[in-house]
Every structure is written in structure tokens, then in C-alpha cells.
Design a protein around this ligand. Structure first.
Ligand SMILES: Cc1cc2nc3c(=O)[nH]c(=O)nc-3n(C[C@H](O)[C@H](O)[C@H](O)COP(=O)(O)OP(=O)(O)OC[C@H]3O[C@@H](n4cnc5c(N)ncnc54)[C@H](O)[C@@H]3O)c2cc1C
Length: 488
């Protein structure tokens, strides 16, 4: 390799699953001098929100055989986890098989191990620098861009991957927001502090009834909780249970697919009925939709996408993002003993006193209110995705410069097919790319490992196909003119 060639530099902001996997693919596949800077504000790489969980009881929501980090090596995770003989006992009590649901903590260690191995085996003209800082701004430079860090330093990079992932949950909208400052309210369900100091006999309200709520319910159960666990969500729907079953034969061809949500739903229902007649489970039908979901989403007109989000998404989510059978067993046990109680409705008000808080809930499709008396309220409504409302300095800086723009559905940012971010005029960036949850509005299904692992591999290939630094000097002028227009 000609070492005298100047290195290309790629900065990756965010060292969760997305950022770590892009870095690993770059390290494995680069054939020219490359400097990779992986910027992560937390000390551990490969974790992010999902795999940095404090609890060994929080399990992956798919079996070990389905969650390899490499799309073309499906058994990679299973083989890795089975080799961890020294540490595996801290996480699981029985042997891990293809159908085991492994703790998410273990998956974080797996991603970090992939990165470490890719670094060790990379050619000597490819370097990885790990930077433990928060990136707070990006500005186009003469070539590529400059990333500013919270410690005041800056980094020049030819291209930048924004792997920012999941943002803190937004507080549920309510007129009087004063309760959100209370010690009884925990806005971040993923933090270990959300359940500290909970007395076993306390009543707890979990807002949201999805996977995060299930995680917390499981933790409460494992710590011997005896008090009531209430859950409030708009639909009051719980994630359904996994069943090991192969996907059925694909039944929707993209070019002939209906363009309305109603017709699509009819097709899915018919397929579920005929699968049942042939002794197959509905899970097989849902699994068969995975490879075509992004394309189906992209062919739907905007109004139909909005209709889906309003009326169907809650049902789609519980069928699509399911829970391990052993987790479902705990949830069902708590439900049948009435320790766990689910309400469909919206929170109307909080009234706190010295001993607890009364939470008024308007029951779904009624004008009836119920009041729940609890000691703690935990927000489990999932990561925020409206970038316009985020308090994230880097995102705020990019939006205000017009270098990126929000998806029209207010779910992430607008992107091109190759992962390049679109600027406020709709032009694909030559130096800013993204993957994972940021592309939710464009792709719908882009937050889980099977989609992200594919994107990470393709994005690395895309970046490696463009070794030269892009000329962004013109862009700087255009953007500053457009901003001055905005200011005027
Ligand atoms: C609780 C939970 C459980 C999940 N469970 C599963 C599962 O079982 N199976 C599955 O397939 N999928 C699961 N997912 C979905 C999916 O795997 C994750 O969303 C995925 O890990 C996303 O990875 P990411 O790197 O894009 O984002 P994240 O994991 O959120 O990582 C982003 C990283 O960027 C860093 N960062 C952000 N801004 C900056 C900045 N300005 N400067 C420096 N660093 C920054 C953050 O600190 C963070 O580490 C789960 C998601 C969640 C939230």
C-alpha cells in the first residue's frame, strides 16, 4: 500500500451498535490509508442505550441465531456467545442455543469485541482513534468538515457518519408540567436510577406499554416487588410473544403492492388466515414482511404513511417487536395476579403530596377519568424522534445551519438512499452520512439489528468507494447565504 498517499479521514459520531459496526467494517475492508475517529461521549463502545443496560434480566428480543452483527454470517453471534465460557455464567444459567434469548448486556460486549478484533487485524495503513467526548457542532471546512468537541478541541474529517441513535424520551405532553421536576418522576427509564429507592410495596406507574415498560416490569419482578405496577398507554397494547417459526413465502410483490394502508392490512389479514389454515402461525407472516417493509413504506403516499402512524402503528409494533417467551411468562403471571394492571388512555394531570402522587387518566374513547395513586412514575414511552424538539447541541447546530433537515413525518432526518443526509434544499450531502434510528421516517423499520447491520456494511462500502475529500468550500458559502436569508 502506498503509504505516501495522504490518509482519508472519517469521523463517526456515536459509538453504539451503528457507529461501532461502521467502524468495524471500515477497518476490515479499507484498501487505502484511512484514519477513523470514533467519537463517543460514554466510556464504553458498542453499547448505546440498548446494550448498555444495567440489568442482566433485559433480554434481546430475538433469538441468538437471528442477531448476528453480520448479515452474511448468521451464526456469528451464536458462536461468539458460546465461546464466552468464562463470563457467560454471569448472564445465563443454561447453555446458549440458537433459540436462546440472551441478555442485551452480553450483546454490547459482543459488539465491542468485534470492534477490537477489527482494529487488531486491520492493515497498518488503517487507524482507529477512540475519542471519549461529545461532538457539539459540525461546520463545512475547505475539504470535508470540522467537528467541534465539548472539550473545546476540533477534528478535521473528510466525511462524517452521524450514528447518534436513540435520544432521551420526551415527557408526555400535559398542561401543568411541574410534576416532571419531582423526585417521584423518572424521565429516563433506561437509567439504573429509575428504580433505585423503590420500596417493594410501592405502587409504580409506567407510562407506555412497549418493550421499555416490559424491561422495567421484569426488573421490578426480579427485585421482589410486591406493590402494584400500573401501565398507561394510548392503546393499552402489550408486545406479543415470540415463537420460533420460519418466515412464510413472501406474498407481497413491491411493484404490485397496494398503495393504501387499508388494502395492505386486508392482504396481511388474508395471509394470516390462510397461514392458519395451513397450520402456520401469524408470526411467520409478519416475519416474511421484514425484507419488504422498507420498500413498502417508501411506496406509500404521505397521507397513507400518516394514516399508518395514527391508526396501525401501535398494532404493528406489538406484532413486529415481540418479547421472549420467558419474559412473556413473567408478564402474564403479573397480569393474572392483578399486580400488573394496564390502562388504555391518556394522562390528564398529576397531583403530588408528601406521600405520593394522584395521576388522573382519561380512559380511551371515553370521557371517564380514573385516578391512580402511586409513589413513582417512570416514563417508558421510548426514544424521542422529533429532531426539532431535541436538546442536542450537535443536532441543533446542524439544523440551524441548514446542513440537515427533519423528515416530514418528524421522525428523524431526511436521507438519500446511500445514507447521505439531505440539506434544507433537499440536496444530498457529500460529507455527512447517517444510519439507524435517524432514518426512521424514511424507512420505518431501521431501528433494530437486522436493518442496522445491513446499513452499516453498505455505508462502509459507500464511504470506501469515495476516498477523496469532497470540496465543501462552495457549500459553506451557499449555506451561510441561506442562513443570512433566514436571519433577515
Ligand atoms: C431499550 C432498547 C432495547 C433494544 N433491544 C433490541 C433487541 O433486543 N434487538 C434488536 O434487534 N434491537 C433492539 N433495539 C434496537 C436497536 O438495536 C438499537 O436501537 C440500536 O442499538 C441502535 O444503535 P445506535 O448506535 O444507532 O444508537 P444508540 O444505541 O442510541 O447509540 C448512539 C450512541 O451515540 C452516542 N452519542 C449521541 N450523540 C453524541 C454526540 N453528540 N457525541 C458523542 N456521542 C454521541 C450516544 O452516547 C450513544 O452511545 C433496542 C433499542 C432500545 C432502545
Amino acid at each position: 500500500m502506498p503509504k505516501e498517499n495522504p490518509s482519508t479521514s472519517i469521523a463517526i459520531i456515536g459509538g453504539g451498535f451503528s457507529g461501532s459496526m461502521v467502524a468495524a467494517h471500515l477497518l476490515r475492508a479499507a484498501t487505502f490509508p484511512l484514519d477513523i475517529k470514533l467519537i463517543e461521549r460514554n466510556s464504553l463502545l458498542g453499547r448505546g442505550v440498548a446494550y448498555g443496560t444495567y440489568s442482566p434480566y433485559h433480554l434481546l428480543n430475538v433469538p441468538a441465531e437471528q442477531i448476528s452483527a453480520f448479515p452474511n454470517n448468521p451464526e456469528h453471534f451464536l458462536r461468539w456467545v458460546q465461546r464466552q465460557k468464562d463470563t457467560i455464567g454471569d448472564f445465563v444459567t443454561s447453555e446458549v442455543t440458537a433459540n436462546s434469548f440472551v441478555p442485551r448486556k452480553m450483546y454490547g460486549a459482543y459488539v465491542e469485541a468485534i470492534l477490537n478484533e477489527a482494529e487488531t487485524t486491520a492493515p497498518d495503513y488503517v487507524h482507529l482513534e477512540r475519542i471519549t467526548e461529545e461532538a457539539v457542532a459540525i461546520e463545512p471546512g475547505h475539504a470535508g468538515a470540522i467537528v467541534s468537541l465539548s472539550n473545546g478541541q476540533s477534528i478535521q474529517a473528510d466525511r462524517i457518519v452521524m450514528a447518534l441513535g436513540n435520544f432521551p424520551t420526551a415527557d408526555p405532553p400535559i398542561q401543568d408540567r411541574s410534576f416532571y421536576k419531582s423526585i417521584r418522576y423518572k424521565g429516563n427509564a433506561y437509567s439504573a436510577q429509575s428504580l433505585t429507592d423503590v420500596d417493594p410495596d410501592d405502587s409504580v406507574l409506567l407510562i407506555g406499554s412497549g418493550l421499555t415498560m416490559v424491561d422495567l416490569t421484569l426488573t421490578l419482578f426480579r427485585q421482589g416487588h410486591r406493590g402494584k405496577i400500573y401501565t398507561v398507554s394510548r392503546h393499552g397494547l402489550l408486545p406479543l410473544t415470540h415463537k420460533t417459526t420460519p418466515a412464510c413465502t413472501p406474498f407481497i410483490a413491491i411493484d404490485q403492492a397496494p398503495k393504501t394502508v387499508r388494502a395492505l392490512m386486508r392482504l396481511v389479514r388474508q395471509q394470516v388466515e390462510s397461514a392458519a389454515a395451513g397450520d402456520q402461525d401469524w408470526q411467520a407472516v409478519i416475519n416474511s414482511l421484514r425484507p419488504v417493509t422498507q420498500s413498502l413504506w417508501q411506496t406509500l403516499p404521505l397521507g397513507e404513511k400518516q394514516r399508518f402512524l395514527r391508526h396501525v402503528r401501535a398494532y404493528w409494533d406489538i406484532h413486529r417487536h415481540r418479547i421472549a417467551p420467558e419474559v412473556a411468562e413473567v408478564v402474564n403471571k403479573l397480569l393474572s395476579s392483578s399486580q400488573l394492571i394496564i390502562h388504555a388512555g391518556r394522562i390528564q394531570a398529576y397531583r403530588e403530596d408528601d406521600r405520593g402522587v394522584d395521576v388522573t387518566v382519561r380512559k380511551r374513547h371515553t370521557t371517564d377519568d380514573i385516578v391512580l395513586r402511586v409513589n413513582r412514575v417512570i416514563n417508558c414511552t421510548g426514544p424521542a424522534s422529533n429532531y426539532e424538539k431535541l436538546a442536542h447541541p450537535l443536532v441543533n447546530s446542524l439544523l440551524s445551519q441548514g446542513l440537515v433537515c427533519c423528515n416530514v413525518l418528524k421522525m428523524g432526518l431526511k436521507t438519500a438512499g446511500n445514507g447521505a443526509l439531505l440539506d434544507e434544499t433537499g440536496v444530498a450531502s457529500k460529507f455527512l452520512y447517517t444510519l439507524g434510528p435517524t432514518r426512521q421516517g424514511d424507512l420505518l423499520e431501521t431501528i433494530a439489528v437486522p436493518e442496522i447491520r445491513e446499513q452499516a456494511m453498505l455505508l462502509a462500502q459507500e464511504l470506501l468507494s469515495r476516498p477523496n475529500a469532497p470540496d465543501t468550500s462552495l457549500l459553506r458559502t451557499v449555506v451561510s447565504q441561506s442562513n443570512s436569508k433566514l436571519v433577515r
